[in-house]
Design a protein around this ligand. Sequence first.
Ligand SMILES: [Ca+2]
Length: 160
Amino acid sequence: MSIRLQPGETKQIDVALTPISPWMLPTGHISPDPNWYYPQNAYDGNLDTHAYYIYATAPGDYTPFIEFLCGEAKNITGFKVYLGRQPLSVDQNIPQGVDIDITSDGNTWIDAVDLTITGGQWVELYLPSPVLAVKARLRILNVLATSCHMTIKEFMFGVA
Ligand SMILES: [Ca+2]
């Protein structure tokens, strides 16, 4: 729309702006380890569902990776994750190590995130600068003193 005003003329225009969410759900997944159960529950936009690794993860161990796809390559600015553990009835506010790698060509993985976050809540993780990527992979490190079953309630890409 273009509006040309004559000198001295004024016009009032009401514009409804729709905010564009910077967060995008993955378009799909690749689970090299079949023991990640219901991987699609990790990106269904529903916090009542989760993907879970069927085996308990021992202290100091990682779950296997699960890969989340971007569709066509996108400028990824970060990730928004909601991790947890089973049983879901116990306190979810536990520390959980999260290791996320990202790839531009689908083969070469680049370290993106490797730190300890708090489960049971949304956590936003940002890259130092956007990376053009086709997918990311995530695994969870058990930083607790006891074994537990890791869950991913939701995973999202930040897009520029
Ligand atoms: Ca979910």
